[in-house]
Design a protein around this ligand. Structure first.
Ligand code: IPM
Ligand code: MN
Length: 390
C-alpha cells in the first residue's frame, strides 16, 4: 500500500561519510522540489568519532529512530585508533549492529558502468571496459558466514595462544539469499551482456569447504525446483576473481557467502570505475539500509574531494526499494530522474573527482547532478518509472 509519507534516517557517520551524505541529501531534496512523495529526512549522529567524544556509538535515542525509519541511508563508519572495549572498530554498531539487529540478510551490490566513467589502471585513467559489458548484481549473504558472532580466543597466563573465527553457514541463511538472487535474475529486463541469458553464478570454494558444498547444494536445489528457467552457473572464488575482470560480460547475477562477497565486490568496483561508484543495499524483509561501500576514508575526510556518486546510487537504490515495497510509482519516478541526471553528468565528464583523474570537488559533483535534475523536463504521468502492481 502506498504510504504517502516516508521517514528516512540519514546516518552520516565518520570521516567522509558526512560529506557524501550531505550531497546525497541535497540531491534527494532537489528531486522533491515541486512535489512528489513526502520524504521526511532526519539525521542521527553516531559512529567512531561520536564514540570518541561521547562514549557511545549512537546519540541518545538514535538507534531506536533508525530502527523505526522506513529506510536508512548510511555514510560510513570507522576512525583510526578508535575501538570498542571488545576490540571491534567503533562504529560497527551502525553497520554490523544494524545488519544483524534488523536481519538485513541480503547485501545487494550492483556493479554497473556508466558511459563516461574512467578506470584507473596503473597511473593512467582510461576507459577500459565497455559500459554495455558491465552490469552485474551481487548478492552477498549478510548475517552469517565468517561474520557470525562465533569468535573466541584462548588466553593463558596473559598470553593469547589461539584465536578462532568460525564460519557458520545455515540452511535458512543460504536459502533466503539464494532466492533473492534468482528472483533478481527472473525480474531483470535483460540477462548477461554476453548472450542475454538470465544467469545466476554461485561463487564459492566448494572444492574445499563444507559450508560451501552446502551452499552450492542449496543453490542447485532452489534453482532446479523454483527457478528452472534461470541458468545456473558456478565459479570457485579464486578463479572467479580473474574471470570477473577478464570477462565481466558473462555475469548477470552473482550470489555468494558473506566474507567472499565482501572481497569480490570491492574487486568488482574496479569494473565500474572504482569504489567511488560502488553502492550497496542491506536489505531484509522489513527493513533496509543503503550505503556507499567506500568507507570513511580518513585520509580524505573534511577535504571535499571524494566522489559522491556511490551515495547517489545508494539513494537511487533506496528509492527503488521503498517504491517497490509500498507500490509507490512516484518513488520509482524519482529514481528514474536521478539515474537520468547521474548518467548525463557522467557522460559529459563534468564532475570528475580525483579518483577519476579530475579536480571536481564533492560539492561540485553534487551541484552538477542537482543542475541536471532541475533541467530535466518534469514528466507528466510517470514515464521512466517502472509499472507497479496496485
Ligand atoms: C563492507 C565493509 C564492512 C564489512 C565493514 C565496515 C564492517 O567492508 O560493507 O563491505 O566488512 O562488511
Ligand atoms: Mn567491504
Amino acid at each position: 500500500m502506498t504510504k504517502g509519507t516516508y521517514d528516512v534516517v540519514l546516518l552520516p557517520g565518520d570521516g567522509t561519510g558526512p560529506e557524501v551524505v550531505r550531497e546525497g541529501r541535497k540531491v534527494l531534496e532537489t528531486l522533491l522540489e515541486n512535489g512528489g512523495p513526502r520524504l521526511v529526512l532526519s539525521e542521527v549522529q553516531g559512529g567512531a568519532q561520536y564514540y570518541q567524544k561521547h562514549g557511545s556509538e549512537w546519540e541518545p535515542g538514535g538507534r531506536e529512530r533508525a530502527v523505526k525509519a522506513d529506510a536508512i541511508l548510511l555514510g560510513a563508519v570507522g576512525w583510526p585508533g578508535v575501538s570498542l572495549p571488545d576490540g571491534n572498530i567503533a562504529g560497527h554498531g551502525l553497520v554490523l549492529g544494524m545488519r544483524f539487529g534488523l536481519d538485513l540478510y541480503s547485501n545487494v551490490r550492483p556493479c554497473k558502468l556508466y558511459p563516461g566513467v574512467k578506470h584507473r589502471i596503473g597511473k593512467e585513467f582510461k576507459q577500459v571496459w565497455r559500459p554495455e559489458d558491465v552490469d552485474i548484481t551481487f548478492f552477498r549473504e549478510n548475517t552469517e558466514g565468517l561474520y557470525a558472532p562465533a569468535h573466541g580466543e584462548l588466553t593463558r597466563g596473559g598470553t593469547t595462544e589461539v584465536v578462532l573465527d568460525t564460519r557458520i553457514i545455515t540452511q535458512k541463511g543460504s536459502e533466503r539469499i539464494i532466492r533473492r538472487a534468482f528472483e533478481k535474475a527472473r525480474a531483470s529486463p535483460r540477462g548477461a551482456p554476453e548472450d542475454g541469458a538470465r544467469r545466476v553464478t554461485c561463487v564459492d570454494k566448494s572444492n574445499v569447504l563444507k559450508g560451501c558444498q552446502f551452499f552450492r547444494a542449496t543453490f542447485d536445489r532452489i534453482g532446479k525446483e523454483e527457478f528452472p528457467e534461470i541458468e545456473r552457473d558456478y565459479a570457485y572464488v579464486d578463479a572467479f576473481t580473474q574471470w570477473l575482470i577478464r570477462q565481466p560480460e558473462h555475469y548477470h547475477v552473482v550470489v555468494t557467502t558473506n566474507m567472499m562477497g565482501d572481497i569480490v565486490t570491492d574487486l568488482a568496483s574496479s569494473l565500474q570505475g572504482g569504489m567511488g561508484f560502488a553502492a550497496g543495499g542491506n536489505v531484509g524483509d522489513e527493513h533496509a539500509m543503503f550505503e556507499p561501500v567506500h568507507g570513511s576514508a580518513p585520509k580524505y575526510a573534511g577535504k571535499n574531494q571524494v566522489n559522491p556518486f556511490a551515495t547517489f546510487e545508494a539513494v537511487a537504490m533506496m528509492l527503488e526499494w521503498l517504491g517497490d515495497r509500498y507500490h509507490d510509482p512516484s518513488l520509482l519516478e524519482m529514481r528514474a530522474r536521478l539515474h537520468t541526471a547521474m548518467a548525463s553528468v557522467l557522460l559529459a565528464g563534468s564532475a570528475r573527482t580525483y579518483d577519476q583523474g579530475g579536480t571536481a570537488t564533492t560539492r561540485d559533483a553534487g551541484d552538477r547532478v542537482v543542475e541536471a535534475i532541475r533541467s530535466e523536463k518534469r514528466p507528466s504521468g510517470s514515464p521512466g518509472a517502472r509499472p507497479v502492481a496496485a
